[in-house]
Design a protein around this ligand. Structure first.
Ligand SMILES: Nc1ncnc2c1ncn2[C@@H]1O[C@H](COP(=O)(O)OP(=O)(O)OP(=O)(O)O)[C@@H](O)[C@H]1O
Ligand SMILES: [Mg+2]
Length: 324
C-alpha cells in the first residue's frame, strides 16, 4: 500500500455480533494464457467486515477486483488463499444460499423466457408455492417498475438493457433475502431507473437488510451507503464511513439574499455576490447564523457542508497511488 493513503485498513477484530461478511487475507489469483502459466492476482490479502443491516459500497476503478470479491463471497470462484465467512458460515456453504440475493454484473438470462417466467423459475428454486409466486412476482414487478401487462408475453431477448437490469433486480429479491449483493445495479439505467434502484435499496435498508454493492455512480453511493471501501489493483486501500473518509467538517457553504451586508460580512468572511445572491463560507454550526439572518430579514437559499465529495476522494486516492 502507498504511504499516502489512509492507514485504517487492519485485519478485522473478532466481532461481538456475527458479521454478515468477514474476510481474512482473502486472495484470488487467476491463471490465464493458453497454457494457464500466467497469473493475475485480482484480490490481495483482503480484510473486510460488513455488519448486519449495513449498506456497504465497494468502489474502485475498472479491473480493481470488485466483481472478483463478490464472486468469492458468493462461492462462484474459490479463493487462492485466505478465508471468509458469509452469515457466519464459510464461503461456498450451501445452507446460507436461501438467505442471499444476487444481481450479477452482466445478468445473462435465457432469452426465450418472459420476465414473469424467469421470476417464476427463480421462485421455484427457492420453493415458493404457485400462490406465493404469483403474489411475490406481482409485488416485485411493481417494485422494479415493470408493467406486468406490457411484458406478459415479451421474451427477455426483446428487453432493453434497463428492463433486463430491472428484472435482474427482481430475481435477486425473489426470496426476500437478508443479504443482497448487487454488482453495478445502476448500470444501463436512465435517471428514472437509477432513482428507482436507489429507492429500492433505501427500502431494503429500512427493512434492516444488509446490502453489499459495487458501483461507479459515486453520487448514489454517497447518498445510500453507511460505509464504503476503496479497492485498486486488488488492494483494499481504505474502508470507513463517509465521515471517516471525507472528514467531518463544521464549515458550510451558504447562499442567500437580503439581510444586512455588514452583519453578513462578519459571519461570512470573503462574502461574494453572483446572480443576485450572496455566497460565503460559515465556520462553525449554523444555528446562531440562521437566527441572525432571520432577524435581519434575509433569506437562505442554500446551506451545504463544505467537504470533499466521494468522487474527489476517489480520484485523489487513485491519482496518488498511480504517482507513487
Ligand atoms: N476469470 C478470470 N480469469 C482471468 N482474469 C480475470 C478473471 N476474472 C477477472 N479477471 C481479472 O481480474 C481483475 C479484476 O477483475 P474484476 O472483474 O474483479 O474487476 P472489477 O473491479 O469488477 O472491474 P469493473 O469495474 O470493470 O467491473 C482484472 O484484471 C480482470 O481481468
Ligand atoms: Mg465488475
Amino acid at each position: 500500500m502507498s504511504a499516502s493513503v489512509p492507514s485504517f485498513v487492519a485485519p478485522p477484530a473478532a466481532p461481538s455480533a456475527p458479521a454478515v461478511v468477514a474476510t481474512y487475507h482473502l486472495t484470488k489469483t487467476y491463471r490465464t494464457g493458453f497454457w494457464l502459466n500466467q497469473f493475475v492476482t485480482s484480490l490481495k490479502q483482503c480484510n473486510l467486515l460488513v455488519q448486519p443491516g449495513e449498506t456497504f459500497g465497494l468502489l474502485g476503478p475498472n479491473g480493481a477486483g470488485k466483481t472478483t470479491l463478490l464472486k468469492l463471497l458468493l462461492g462462484i470462484v474459490r479463493p487462492t488463499s485466505g478465508r471468509a465467512t458469509l452469515l457466519g458460515q464459510p464461503i461456498g456453504d450451501r445452507t446460507v444460499k436461501h438467505r442471499i440475493g444476487y444481481l450479477p454484473e452482466n445478468p445473462y438470462f435465457y432469452d426465450y423466457l418472459t420476465g414473469p417466467e424467469l421470476l417464476s423459475y427463480t421462485a421455484g428454486l427457492f420453493g415458493l408455492s404457485a400462490v406465493q409466486q404469483r403474489q411475490r412476482i406481482a409485488e416485485l414487478l411493481d417494485i422494479v417498475g415493470l408493467d406486468a401487462k406490457a411484458i406478459a408475453k415479451k421474451p427477455l431477448k426483446k428487453y432493453s438493457k434497463g428492463m433486463l437490469q430491472r428484472v435482474g433486480l427482481a430475481q435477486a429479491l425473489i426470496n426476500d433475502p437478508e443479504v443482497v449483493f448487487l454488482d453495478e445495479p445502476m448500470s444501463g439505467l436512465d435517471p428514472m431507473g437509477r432513482f428507482l434502484v436507489r429507492d429500492v435499496i433505501l427500502t431494503l435498508k429500512q427493512k434492516g437488510k444488509t446490502i453489499f454493492f459495487n458501483s461507479h455512480v459515486l453520487s448514489d453511493v454517497e447518498t445510500i451507503c453507511d460505509r464504503v471501501a476503496l479497492l485498486d489493483q486488488g488492494e483494499l486501500l481504505c474502508t470507513g464511513t463517509l465521515d471517516e473518509l471525507l472528514g467531518t467538517s463544521s464549515r458550510y457553504q451558504v447562499s442567500g439574499r437580503g439581510g444586512n451586508l455588514d452583519v453578513l460580512g462578519q459571519w461570512l468572511p470573503g462574502l461574494q455576490f453572483q446572480q443576485g445572491l450572496w455566497h460565503g463560507t460559515l465556520n462553525g454550526e449554523p444555528y446562531d447564523f440562521l437566527s441572525s439572518l432571520r432577524g435581519m430579514g434575509g433569506t437562505l437559499v442554500e446551506l451545504k457542508l463544505a467537504r470533499a465529495t466521494l468522487e474527489d476522494f476517489f480520484i485523489e486516492q487513485i491519482d496518488q497511488r498511480r504517482k507513487t
